[in-house]
Design a binder for this molecule. Structure first.
Ligand SMILES: Nc1nc2c(ncn2[C@@H]2O[C@H](COP(=O)(O)OP(=O)(O)OP(=O)(O)O)[C@@H](O)[C@H]2O)c(=O)[nH]1
Ligand SMILES: [Mg+2]
Length: 238
């Protein structure tokens, strides 16, 4: 099988310790990560995604690059070097940590205002106007669902849904340590697949600012996702 040439870049952002690396491992390898360490800088993992245009026999495999940026506040000045030319954004928060939910607006602001610089207090501003014009597909993911006490579940999930609403994004809540939480055919896997479809559609099938015409009017097709290990990909590339 040929390795796809066409690719999209998806940023995975959120506070340190919310579970970004664990999530990216689950998405790209299809299994929970054993040990995790703080991410310094950025790790890039790959997921192959089959995008099929409805009504046509064509199915095309795209390479989805997942840019897992270390969330440490100590490296906040260097985060934005990874933000260029992103096609989609996964915002990750820890369901047991309200602060990590509130900070998603800051992460979003950091990406959307990356060219505008910082405010005087050193914080990136979340600009409603800039955000309302945002064309970047966003998916919000809440982790550590296993750690929410049963008597608090309803409240926490409702808060998670409202955080996603503020970001005008679809959302998933899961336990990154459980393979089944992203298993094929589950609602979570379908939502993730739809998100990748959207990112690819925007990147390759939508009229861009330079006037290139894509297939914007066509309905989004169903799709399948497949995961290949980096070793497999490397063998194909060699
Ligand atoms: N119980 C539980 N633990 C989780 C979950 N997701 C992540 N963890 C744990 O949370 C800790 C931090 O996870 P990481 O994936 O390293 O967090 P990160 O967001 O990549 O952190 P940085 O690299 O510092 O930005 C690890 O000990 C994980 O095993 C989850 O859904 N449930
Ligand atoms: Mg990490």
């Amino acid at each position: 099988m040929a390795v796809p040439v066409e690719k999209v870049k998806v940023l995975v952002l959120g506070d340190s310790g919310v579970g970004k690396s664990s999530l990216v491992h689950l998405i790209s390898q299809g299994e929970a990560m054993g040990n995790s360490a703080w991410t310094i800088g950025c790790n890039v993992d790959v997921k192959l995604h089959d995008y099929r245009e409805e009504g046509t026999p064509h199915e095309k495999t795209f390479c989805v690059e997942l840019w897992d940026v270390g969330g440490s506040i100590n490296h906040s000045l260097s985060h934005s070097v990874f933000f260029n030319s992103a096609h989609g954004l996964i915002l990750v928060h820890d369901l047991t940590n309200r602060k990590s939910q509130g900070n998603l607006r800051r992460w979003l602001g950091e990406v959307l205002n990356k060219d505008a610089g910082k405010k005087n207090n050193g914080e990136f501003d979340y600009d409603e106007e800039v955000f309302s014009e945002n064309q970047l597909p966003v998916l919000v993911i809440g982790t550590k669902m296993d750690r929410i006490p049963d008597n608090n579940l309803e409240e926490v999930l409702s808060r998670s849904s409202s955080v996603a609403g503020q970001c005008r994004a679809d959302f998933i809540n899961l336990d990154c340590m459980q393979n089944k939480h992203l298993a094929a055919g589950t609602t979570n896997a379908v939502k993730l697949s739809r998100f990748f479809d959207k990112v690819i559609e925007k990147r390759y099938y939508t009229q861009d600012p330079r006037g290139r015409l894509g297939s914007q009017e066509r309905r989004r097709p169903p799709s399948m996702t497949r995961t290949f290990s980096p070793t497999f990909l490397q063998e194909k590339l060699d």
